[in-house]
Ligand binder design. Structure first.
Ligand SMILES: [Zn+2]
Length: 58
């Protein structure tokens, strides 16, 4: 699988029973929400991780 943002390699992590596709090159995070449970939690997590990457690149 490749990143839709930068074309880099995607790593898949398991988060609370869900799979998250994360690109370490650009910070892209894709979460497969199959059950639509706790969507706000995953959005918060995505925002936090993206902010983490932005701070590192700043
Ligand atoms: Zn990427």
């Amino acid at each position: 699988m490749e990143c839709p943002r930068c074309g880099g390699e995607i790593e898949t992590y398991s988060l609370a029973g869900h799979d998250a596709d994360i690109c370490e090159s650009c910070g892209y995070v894709g979460v497969a929400v199959e059950h639509q449970s706790e969507p706000e939690e995953f959005e918060s997590w995505t925002d936090a991780l993206e902010r983490f990457y932005e701070e590192q690149s700043a």
